[in-house]
Design a protein. Sequence first.
Length: 455
Amino acid sequence: MKEKTRLGLYMFTPIIGGAEQYLKDLVWNIQRERYEITLFYDSWKDLEEFLELDACPDVCGCPIGLFEVRRRSGKKRPDKRPRLFGRFMSSGPVRAVKRALVLLYVYAMLPINFLLLWLAFRKHKVDILHIVNGGYPGAITARLAAIVAKLSGTKRCIMSVCNTPAPVAFPGIDEWLIDHCVARSLDTAVLPSDTLGRSLIERRGFPQAKVETIPYGVRCAEELARLPREVTRQSDSAPLIGMVANFLTHKGHEHLVRAMASLKSRFPALRAILIGDGPTRGAIQELVEKEDLADRVTFSGFCELSETLSLMATLDMLVHPSELEGMPYVILHAMSLGKPVIASNVGSIRDILHSGESGIVVPARDSNVLAEAIASLLSDRAKLQRMGAAALDRYCLEFSLKRMLQQHESLYDRIVKQTGRDENACASTVITSPARALPGRKAPSFREASGKELA
């Protein structure tokens, strides 16, 4: 029987989102017949519950008490701070001071985190360490894990970058040095699209030969949600659009609200549902009241995935006007439901959607263009249905969970074979290297030299 590959998965995360869903898909679905799974993670109850580790079969959990910058609040609450205080805290000088303090803390904790990671990797030996990083640079401990893994004897190291890599921040000397060490430590950097891969190469200087694209994949929506027939929309029902995202500033909820305001006279029956929760929800609710849309916009709050998919099945289209993205899972879920998507031209979205075929890509931060895109589909039901069908076809072809898992396992197998070839090459070099005689001694025979080296 072939020996199993020891696969380690590592993640530090301050929030539950798409990168965490990606990790969960790997943890639950990688073949146990071929891989032994060890999960290294910063101990956090919400993450453990989300991953359902208590029920997950054949996973060795290794929580590590890392010292990292945490902005955690579980299911995030609206920001109830006084508006004046909020403006003061978001001012330029205050942000600069906060950034300096964060950097001071991060670099002060590096030696401690280095030791904690080294001890964990030495205790739980793996053949491949796969680091899941929410973005790049992302978590400092994710980058540190790549360096420590090599120093602790891990043979191969991969890092998945799940969001758009950021440019190097001024002055950048520290980031350049860390990036250089990370790039040397990694065998492969995995990104969900070619666009994000190019960003990692151009913005962070990673070698092109080490960058590989594996798109995300999701399970069939009907299988996940067990959708009942009654959620299927009737063609004569009131138009309903939706957005699924945490309420964060860069998600762009305000652009959808302003688009709704400009459309209410042309489509008086139009309704929208906003699924999710977060710190900016209160501000968006105030904007909805200000635009006199309270009877047209529904806030569902946080929903589990199955409930979210059931709600999405009732939509005419998904709208995703985010200002910063990697490869949003919610768009893939919408495509699996046969829903057209209108989304901003950021991150991997243009790679997912063929604009004009399976959806419409619009400029970010432009509510007027967004409104016109929504209107173009609402006024042409045949076009809307045609795009939905094209979205489903594209999902089946490129974004299924099965395809994503096959590509990951193929990458793991290729890396393991490369490790074997490297080890054989090293052994061959040792055996065939000529023995050098010390002064006054007879040179050993080939058999003697080989035996001593191999012993």
